[in-house]
Design a protein around this ligand. Sequence first.
Ligand SMILES: Cc1cc2nc3c(=O)[nH]c(=O)nc-3n(C[C@H](O)[C@H](O)[C@H](O)COP(=O)(O)OP(=O)(O)OC[C@H]3O[C@@H](n4cnc5c(N)ncnc54)[C@H](O)[C@@H]3O)c2cc1C
Length: 283
Amino acid sequence: MIDIKQDNDGVTISFDNEKQQKQVRVDMVIGADGIYSTVVKHIFTQTAPAIHSKENIFYGIIDNIDQQTSINSIITAKNTLTQCFGSGGFISYRAGNNGQLMWPAKYPSVTPPSINDDVEWTKMNNQRELNRFLTRFPQSHPIHQCVVATDPQRLLHFGLYYRQHRSDGWHRNRICLLEDSCHATLPYVGQGANMAIEDAISLAMCLEKYNFQMEPAFQEYYRKRFNRTKCVVNMSRYLGLFSHSIKQRVVPWFVKSDMMIKMVEKELYENCPVPIEKKNMVK
Ligand SMILES: Cc1cc2nc3c(=O)[nH]c(=O)nc-3n(C[C@H](O)[C@H](O)[C@H](O)COP(=O)(O)OP(=O)(O)OC[C@H]3O[C@@H](n4cnc5c(N)ncnc54)[C@H](O)[C@@H]3O)c2cc1C
């Protein structure tokens, strides 16, 4: 989607995928095009860019974890989340029950990773950054085993960004924003995609309530979703700051005390806009 224009009767969206160009005429547009949204730039001429949190992340996935005997079995046990704090990094190892291990490794950095049109250059730069990151950990640390076991194609490296909430609504006339395009969050409470689903349900309910009259429906959707999503964005932001800005010895204690997870649980369950079955996250 490269352009979007609205008038009194509808919205015209222009698509261009290098092979063909196409225009589509619709009544309403829901802009769910992510943190670097094109829609947001078209409906709000003054749009602040997404904010780099001064943290970057390596995100590795190891397939067929059962065959990786060189990795510490504590972190490869099925349905286990292991978190390591310290050395200026925060690493989670998540082994699901589908034979994959994910290992997001976050570290502080004043700038996001450099990206260049030259793919080889970017690859080399990422490798250099990874080597530098690994020097923070002793050879016995499982992060070294995970890096060796990760196919380079399954390793991402990117900056962590969020968006501040607009105070002037999420819509203009027939075009409305949803999730990361209006309230992108950092990943620390794992709620970005969940907020997207809640947004979609809430917006659908508002449209139904107002019989698809856009103005009152979009206004009510914004009112209903603003506080909830702001709370999640802030919670995630503060957890990120907390994980590397105070004395490192306090962090594992805080995590083990279950205080953090209980706080998150309280917000997520008690203020969820749709009924959900409560499952205890703390065991
Ligand atoms: C490291 C990391 C870990 C995360 N972990 C979790 C987690 O554990 N749990 C969780 O709930 N959330 C998590 N999230 C957040 C979650 O991924 C996002 O919040 C969610 O994907 C946002 O959904 P979205 O639909 O708004 O945007 P996106 O998922 O980004 O989708 C936007 C789509 O729009 C398309 N698009 C963009 N521009 C255009 C255009 N001009 N034309 C056509 N198409 C376009 C894109 O290709 C993309 O497919 C994580 C995010 C990160 C970065």
